[in-house]
Structure formats: structure tokens, C-alpha cells
Design a protein around this ligand. Structure first.
Ligand code: TEU
Ligand code: CA
Length: 543
């Protein structure tokens, strides 16, 4: 595949509400982000994916947009947005905007008009159906629980919402809707942004009457039209959020020959600790062998025909060090191990704010502490179904999206340095130990380890182009794989376990990076070794 700048880039996701508050109202904002550009520059990232900052009533923290052309006043102004884009550019950082166009807010002007009457010119911007005797047209379910159809008094019809009731789905079959979206995207492109992260883009081709939501028949036609009408001739990073993709679908989105998106952001690995066919709340332990199978399938089947994102975290997922690492004694070692495993692979790595300092899940104790719509709906639904409160709590502690949304821990001062006011969401009590200031003062911190991984991606072609081969597929503790490129071979070895485990590879290698201080000799004999708890290393093999 032809080299593109985003193949060598590392993306950093900012959830603006929780990143940095500049005016002490307890909500992170654009000026807060601007003040942290030097921090991001130091980390070495090239791209910021900015979660939504548009005008929104915040039923889903900005993923319910009421005006795509305005910045939410709590985040700042359009002038500040332009300054952020410009200042980031000057530091070599591009801004990728969150594009939430599967649905709008029910407070968007289009919807306010559409719901008034069947004759409104905006009526067909949304999806309306009349069910028998006022009941929903079919039994389609919303992602946040309940029916996907909401009754609207004014016209006695139901509208479709695949997420919350305040997130009506746009009707992509309507040419006028697509035109509005292309115009809006071009407006942002002209402001000089670096690209788009496309929220639940796999749903835009839905056929609700047939119960089809993801991967509908028109999906790729719409994406090709989008490409032609907006960014096709521009050198932007475009990434589609696709929950229901396999590698074959991944190639459809991202094979350059098809002229759709730069890359796909898929979740097959993130669903491995839930019971198949059930909900994300129905937990089961991760099987390392399954993780290897999933990653390996994506690494090999996308080869040459598409591009994948590499991530453990985002604003919807629990903190990885609590999830699949150890957020106790081995927090630092396991966070570095997980980083090594991911950043050694092919694709574009994404870091979610706080991951680079090893932030953990929140120790929630009571239902009243949750704020996220998905968690709140689930609590209600499962209580009604008779689940025990402690069962519900267990699922929430493991999986609630609120885990990832606690304020960024900047220092050991008041409110972790996030705000001098009252934060919109409580700070994790471990901030005195886990914070950016402390990480910056410690050469062995997770922060500097990420910095090294990012730097390797800038300088080492093997990470960009190298082939991938899984070793020890059946091993239950070790994830090891080989990258190879132009006569060079890198062995990446990760102990996923809290005890030492034996590992052996016939050969010797020079240590490129390791989360344990190696003894002074840099050439290691890889035969008959013990990997220490959560030990991870990248070795360049001697040939
Ligand atoms: O997420 C898509 C999505 O499907 C999630 O609702 C997912 O199922 C859930 O988070 C798993 O816990 C995107 C955004 O990333 C999310 O924040 C939004 O709430 C959602 O779309 C609706 O816009
Ligand atoms: Ca603020």
C-alpha cells in the first residue's frame, strides 16, 4: 500500500469534558486543551481525536448534536476552536473531529421542525413509522435499552432512535440529508482539520423495517459518495467506528482502491470478556488464546488491502490496566506490557487520555455515582428484571463507560489539577499516586515508555510495513509475535500473567525496549528464560 502520513502517526483521544478545565466551572474546555499542547508534544503524538465539542444538550455527553456549526458554550467559542486547530498545526499535531451523523439531538433545528407535521420539509430527515394502534412498528431495540421507536404526540407517529430517545436517527436515504452532511463536513475541512472519526458509521445504511441496523445494503455506496463529495481529494485521516466488522468488512471500508476511508476502528477484541450473544454486562474472563486469534486474524487478513486502528481504550471502554492488566502491584509493569503488545503491531495506534499514565477504573460504590446514560438505563432495566444489586454493581465496575470518563489526573493537588472548581464528575481517589506530574518526573514512568514506543514508530519502518507472525498460539500466558521487514526481524514477547513463566526462543537478540531493566549486556540469549510478571520486550534478532 502507498505510504500515507497516518500510517506512521499515533492518535491521542481527548474527551474534552474530562481533560482540562481552564475557567474553573468544573468542565474541561478548549482552552484547557490548548494549555496542554506542550504535554502532548512531549508525548510525541501526531493527531488528536477530539470527542464532540459541538452544541449539544448532553443527553449523551455531546454524542447528541443540536448544531454542527457551533461550539458548545461550555467548551468555548468557534474562535477558540480555530486557535486550537492553528496552535496544534504549529506543533505538528492535526485535529480529527468526531463526526456524529447517524443521529442528531432531538433539539436539533431539523428535528424540531420535522416532528411538528408530516408536511414539514424536514420530515424526511428522520425515520417515521406508524404502528398499529399507537404501538411501535416493530421490536427493534435501542443500544441504550428499550424500544428503538419513540412515540411522538404531534403527529401520532414513531421515530427511530438506535441510541437514546434524545438521539433520533437521520434518514440517510434522503438526498437532502446527505447533502447537508457533505456541506457540514466541507465546512470543517475548510477550517483546516486533519480528518474525521465517524461515530457508528456502520449504521447509516440501516433498513429498519427489515430489522437491519449495521452493515446495511447502501452503507458503502454512501461512504463512496461521502469520499467523492468531501475529503476524497484531500490528504485526511478518516476512521470509521464499526462495532460489527470482521476483517473482510474492514477491507471494504479501508482498501484504498475502494475510495472510502483511511482505516477502520473495530471492536472484536473488546468483546472477548463478555458472554457471546449476550450484553456487554454479562462478564466472563478473557482467554489469551482468543485474543491472539482475533488480533492475528486482523493483522494478517488486512495485510495489503486495508488499514486497522490499534487501541485498548476509548471513552466507551473500561481502563485497560484494570481490565486486562493489574491495577495493583503490577500496575506500571502491566500497563507497559499492554502498550508493547499493541504498539508492536501493524496499524495506527490510538491512546486514550490518561492511558499514558496508567489511569485505572473508578472504585464505584453506589448506583448514585453513575452518570452515563447507558449505565443509568441498564441499572433500571436490570433492577426491573430482578437482577441482584451486587450483580449489577459488579458489571458496572467492570464495564461502565463512566470508568473512562473521570477527570484527567494532572498532579497531586486539589481535584488532581483538572479544575479549581467542582468537577462535573469525581476525580479517581488514586490521583495522588497516579498523575502526569509524577510521571513526568520519573524516567521509568509509563509516560516515557509510551514516548519511546511512539518514537519507534516514527523511525522504524519495520513497525509500519513489517509482516506479522504469531508464535506460541496455544500458550495461555505469553503473547509472542514476530515482525519482519527487509532482512530485519523483531520479536515481541509479552507475559500476560502475574507470575514468572518460562519462555524459550532459539537465538539471540538485541533489546530494543523492555519494561524491566535489563542487565547491562544488550544482547540477550533468548533460550530457556523466565519472563518476570508482566514482562514485555522487543528484541531485534541477530541473524
Ligand atoms: O458508540 C457506539 C456504540 O455502539 C456504543 O454505544 C457502544 O455500544 C457502547 O458504548 C458500549 O459500551 C458511539 C460513541 O462512541 C458513544 O460514546 C456514543 O454514545 C454512541 O456512539 C452514540 O453516539
Ligand atoms: Ca471549563
Amino acid at each position: 500500500m502507498e505510504e500515507k502520513w497516518w500510517m506512521r502517526s499515533v492518535v491521542y483521544q481527548i474527551y474534552p469534558r474530562s481533560f482540562c478545565d481552564s475557567n474553573q466551572d468544573g468542565v474541561g474546555d478548549l482552552n484547557g486543551i490548548r494549555s496542554k499542547i506542550p504535554y502532548l508534544k512531549k508525548l510525541g503524538i501526531d493527531v488528536i481525536w477530539l470527542s464532540p465539542v459541538y452544541e449539544s444538550p448532553n443527553a449523551d455527553n455531546g454524542y447528541d448534536i443540536s448544531n454542527y456549526y457551533a461550539i458548545s458554550p461550555e467548551f468555548g467559542t468557534m474562535e477558540e476552536m480555530k486557535s486550537l486547530i492553528r496552535e496544534c498545526r504549529e506543533s505538528g499535531i492535526r485535529i480529527v473531529m468526531d463526526l456524529v451523523v447517524n443521529h442528531t439531538s432531538d433539539e436539533h433545528a431539523w428535528f424540531l421542525e420535522a416532528k411538528k407535521s408530516e408536511d414539514s420539509p424536514y420530515r424526511d430527515y428522520y425515520i417515521w413509522r406508524k404502528g398499529e394502534a399507537g404501538s411501535p412498528p416493530n421490536d427493534l431495540r435501542a443500544c441504550f435499552g428499550g424500544s428503538a421507536w419513540e412515540y411522538s404526540e404531534e403527529t401520532g407517529a414513531h421515530y427511530l432512535h438506535l441510541f437514546g430517545v434524545k438521539q433520533p436517527d437521520l434518514n440517510w436515504e434522503n438526498d437532502a440529508v446527505r447533502k447537508e452532511i457533505w456541506n457540514m463536513m466541507n465546512y470543517w475541512i475548510d477550517l483546516g482539520i486533519g480528518g474525521f472519526r465517524m461515530d457508528v458509521i456502520d449504521l447509516i445504511g440501516k433498513v429498519p423495517d427489515q430489522g437491519i441496523t449495521g452493515n446495511g445494503p447502501m452503507l458503502h455506496t454512501y461512504l463512496q459518495e461521502m469520499n467523492r463529495e468531501t475529503f476524497g481529494t484531500k490528504d485526511l485521516l478518516t476512521v470509521g467506528e464499526c462495532w460489527g466488522a470482521d476483517p473482510e468488512k474492514g477491507r471494504m471500508y479501508s482498501d484504498p482502491a475502494r475510495r472510502e476511508l483511511s482505516m477502520i476502528f473495530q471492536f472484536e477484541q473488546s468483546m472477548l470478556d463478555e458472554q457471546p450473544g449476550k450484553e456487554k454486562w454479562d462478564l466472563r474472563p478473557l482467554q489469551l488464546r482468543e485474543l491472539k486469534q482475533v488480533f492475528t486474524r486482523w493483522q494478517t487478513e488486512m495485510e495489503g488491502h486495508g488499514w486497522n486502528s490499534l487501541f485498548w481504550n476509548n471513552h466507551d471502554l473500561p481502563r485497560i490496566v484494570s481490565r486486562w492488566g493489574d491495577d495493583g502491584v503490577y500496575r506500571v509493569a502491566s500497563a507497559k506490557m499492554l502498550a508493547t503488545l499493541l504498539h508492536g503491531m501493524k496499524g495506527t495506534p490510538y491512546i486514550y487520555q490518561g492511558e499514558e499514565i496508567g489511569m485505572t477504573n473508578m472504585p464505584f460504590h453506589s448506583f448514585t455515582e453513575f452518570q452515563d446514560i447507558e449505565s443509568l438505563n441498564m441499572i433500571q432495566e436490570r433492577l426491573e428484571k430482578g437482577y441482584l444489586p451486587e450483580e449489577i454493581m459488579k458489571s458496572l465496575r467492570a464495564k461502565s463507560r463512566d470508568n473512562a470518563r473521570t477527570p484527567m489526573q494532572w498532579n497531586s493537588g486539589l481535584q488532581a489539577g483538572f479544575t479549581e472548581g467542582q468537577p462535573w464528575c469525581p476525580v479517581n481517589p488514586n490521583y495522588r499516586e497516579i498523575n502526569a506530574a509524577r510521571a513526568l518526573g520519573d524516567q521509568d514512568s509509563i509516560f516515557y515508555y509510551y514516548q519511546k514506543l511512539i518514537n519507534l514508530r516514527k523511525t522504524e519502518d519495520i513497525l509500519i510495513y513489517g509482516s506479522y507472525e504469531l508464535l506460541l498460539p496455544e500458550d495461555e500466558n505469553i503473547y509472542a509475535y514476530m515482525r519482519a521487514w527487509q532482512g530485519k526481524k523483531w520479536l515481541i514477547v509479552c507475559n500476560f500473567y502475574k507470575e514468572p513463566v518460562p519462555f524459550s526462543y532459539e537465538g539471540t537478540g538485541r533489546t530494543i525496549l523492555s519494561n524491566y531493566k535489563e542487565n547491562s549486556r544488550t544482547i540477550q540469549n533468548l533460550n530457556n528464560r523466565n519472563l518476570r510478571p508482566y514482562e514485555a520486550a522487543i528484541y531485534e534478532l541477530e541473524m
